[in-house]
Ligand binder design. Sequence first.
Ligand code: FRU
Length: 458
Amino acid sequence: MKTPMAITNQRYRLGYHLMTPGGWMNDPNGFSFFKGWYHIFYQYYPYAAEWGPMHWGHARSRDLVHWETLPVALAPDENENGCFSGSAVVYEDKLWLVYTGHHTPNAVDPEDFYQDQRVAWSEDGIHFTKYGANPVLKTPAGNTKHFRDPKVWQDGDMFYMVLGSQATDGLGRALIYGSPDLLHWQEVTELSKAVSKEKEGYMWECPDFFHLDGADILLMSPQGVEADGDRFRNLNQTGYLLGHVEEKKLAHHGFVEIDHGHDFYATQTMLTPDGRRVMIAWMNAWDSSMPEIEDGWAGALTLPRELSVKDGYLVQKPVAELKGLRQEVLLDGQLEAQQDYKLGKVAELKLTFADKAEGVLLLLTDGSRNLQLSLEPGGRLVLNRNTEDGERAAWRRSEGPLKLQIFLDKSSAEIFVDDGELTFTERMYWQDDVTCRLLAKSANQTKAWRLESESNLY
Ligand code: FRU
């Protein structure tokens, strides 16, 4: 019997972000609502704080904020070497999981693999049964071995699935399949394909496709996009193609990065019962350093963020339910420049500057780890953390007074700029309480709260 990983040190355990009870996490999977609960699953290896044969970890919540960890939902069986990423959909009063079977028949060479699509279901949202006649979909001709991460939705009497794929010419693409019953699938279209490996990637992981505010949006995580100035600085990217479907193809304006920080990958969205499109992501990237590995765990999910479209771009706002985490007010009013204000490690900070506030703006520091934001003339917003390759930057889209909303947690900082027009997601491994310092004098309105820090049950 293998024993699940135990946590050996609490120092970086997050206060209100979802983590594993021990062991490794990557992509969020199966984000859904079923019988009164939000469900989230995730790529999980319970037996070490490193990637291994993938299971689906599982948690549920009434409010998207307080999560209760449930037993592992899927584990690889004798026909699978891993249960890779996928999604969930409600059908005939059951919660169906649609996932990728990862197979490595040649045990000595992990690169010698194939992938297919599989289903499982549950009546209680806790115990899952795999379909006896899996797989429901095999890799088609014209595709390499990369064929994974189904995201399923219902439209009338039909289900549709968008899949991440690599065509045999080596370009990333998204394929759409249709099914009347989740068991029989037919290809509908190649929705979109990379223009080149350098610009749009050789493999599109974790695709998601939805209609929002009059636009059709393909959200995905391409591998292989080359860095271009401030853009695409991480190993792999996450972003979207936004436009309209015309004759089963997505006509769009090019690939746009969705978050500009170091630690953001593999998004998934769901539609809440009240019609909001909410996105969550892995709060790491494949090139993130993860010091929590020493403590028996690795990886976390971002806050859930409500999406909308403004001027042809996606905007992300922390879901309204997060206000429920607010405890006592820590700051209220105007901050003096060059003064230190204590925030602790688990806090929300909102700052509105009186004007564009160019210059070095804000330093969050625990005395050894720094996170600094500065605004250059013209609107280039620069984030610096004092680690190797610590700089990330993006251009503001608004001209008005700069607004910042920052969610601090024990090993993270999520920064929403201008009401979510830009975001930066960072793992920050705070060693001590964090103070906030404004570097230039600039009239501002500030409010900060301590946040509840026991919002997860394990
Ligand atoms: C993305 C990814 C997916 C795959 C999963 C495996 O981070 O590589 O494409 O299904 O992780 O854990």
